[in-house]
Design a protein around this ligand. Structure first.
Ligand code: COA
Length: 373
């Protein structure tokens, strides 16, 4: 990709970022002991470390509103300057009332604002971001900014194979002046109708076809990156990016996606491993502390990758949502990326959160199961 392969609007991008993790977490080794599983399966086999958990009475609205307040606090505009509020999530509270209305209640946000929720499994946050970008570029925004939030609480049925991949978190982004990052208007999407992961109306927990889900994720990765690379040498094209962020159901799944990419490019195993180690693995430190936060997972990784980045450096962001849809975006760091102010959110939440033991987890799950029924 040459420097002019992408179009970056001069007046639109990410103006501010805020993150929110919930106040509890559990070490996956503790979960392994509870379930009588070798802890290495969860740590080495899946690449997990800790899973963020919500206490009773705390959920997706508190996460979304918390992230939004933090993003707003480091933005120089006011609520009157917001013309669009959109929440991407698969933790909907209601089949009709959008999560954005619950969040707007918390923020005191009302007036000349378009407000709605986007659902497409873990892809919903990226769709919300794209819609906000395209809304600004279309002229519909009339100079106003958008508040985009990706927020989720990921829970599986107790003892489900997906249990160690659980997590929670939210990322809020204000789409306005591109102080933190520009977003290329070009993007690379790929979708197929599939039943790889789904949660029918009324079901408390998702159903997963693990092997199919992995297959879909790998194919999506290959198809999206092939579009970006085009007829260039893949190493040259991707070498112009400083980091690559992925949707992180659990880190091993990302590694498998990258392995597929390397195979499709004809790279050696060693070249693919070196690419993963330098470009991808370093962007998942925060994900290892949040666990899978569904729509927020990619944006937790992208927020980490943007923090401390020099202005002008570019990163790739690959989004995947079961069902399935996927899209690869390119972001370019702005002047405020180097300071990485939003790192303080993660540091504060990790410092304040409490690690629960198996007893506390079981009673928490008891309450979650009861609340869900
Ligand atoms: N020590 C080290 N590694 C071990 C191990 C041990 N004692 N026991 C197992 N493992 C490894 C396995 O070899 C495997 O690694 P590999 O995939 O590289 O071969 C990994 O741990 C997982 O083991 P597996 O037996 O495949 O796990 P599982 O059948 O319990 O499935 C999930 C667990 C999480 C992979 C599965 O439930 C899943 O795919 N979940 C959902 C995926 C998802 O979130 N999709 C939707 C959004 S994209």
């Amino acid at each position: 990709m040459s420097s002019d392969s992408f179009t970056f609007a001069s007046d639109t991008g990410i103006a501010a970022i805020g993150l929110q993790l919930p106040p509890l977490a559990m070490d996956v080794r503790e979960l392994a002991e509870l379930r009588g599983v070798d802890p290495n399966k969860f740590t080495l086999g899946l690449g997990c470390d800790e899973m963020a958990l919500c206490p009773e009475g705390y959920g997706v609205v508190q996460l979304a509103a918390g992230a939004a307040k933090r993003a707003l606090s480091r933005w120089d505009g006011s609520l009157e300057d917001i013309g669009l509020v959109v929440v991407g999530s698969e933790s909907a509270l209601d089949m009709s009332r959008p999560l954005s209305a619950f969040v707007a209640d918390e923020l005191g946000l009302e007036g000349d604002v378009r407000s709605y929720e986007v659902k497409h499994a873990c892809y919903g946050g990226t769709l919300a971001l794209r819609q906000a970008l395209e809304w600004r570029l279309s002229g519909a925004a009339r100079g106003k900014a958008a508040l985009v939030i990706a927020a989720d609480v990921a829970l599986y049925a107790p003892a489900d194979p997906g249990e160690p991949t659980q997590g929670a978190g939210a990322v809020a982004m204000i789409i306005g002046e591109p102080k933190v990052a520009r977003i290329a208007t070009e993007s690379y999407a790929y979708s197929e109708p599939a039943f790889d992961f789904w949660r029918p109306v009324g079901d408390a927990f998702p159903s997963v076809e693990g092997a199919l889900s992995l297959d879909c994720y790998k194919r999506a990765t290959e198809r999206c990156f092939q579009q970006l690379v085009g007829d260039r040498d893949p190493a040259d094209a991707l070498g112009e990016l400083a980091a690559l962020c992925f949707h992180v159901p659990f880190p091993k799944m990302v590694k498998k996606g990258v392995r597929q990419l390397g195979e499709s490019f004809g790279w050696s195993e060693e070249a693919t491993a070196a690419f993963y180690d330098s470009m991808v693995n370093p962007t998942m430190d925060w994900n290892r502390k949040s666990g899978n936060a569904y729509t927020a997972s990619l944006w937790i990784s992208a927020a980490q990758a943007l923090a401390g980045r020099k202005a002008g450096e570019r990163i790739g962001a690959f989004s995947y949502g079961s069902g399935f849809g996927s899209e690869l975006l390119v972001l370019e760091a702005g002047d405020a990326a180097a300071e990485g102010a939003w790192t303080a959110d993660v540091e504060a939440d990790l410092a304040a959160r409490r690690l629960v033991d198996r007893g506390a987890y079981e009673s928490l799950r008891g309450s979650h199961v009861a609340a869900a029924e």
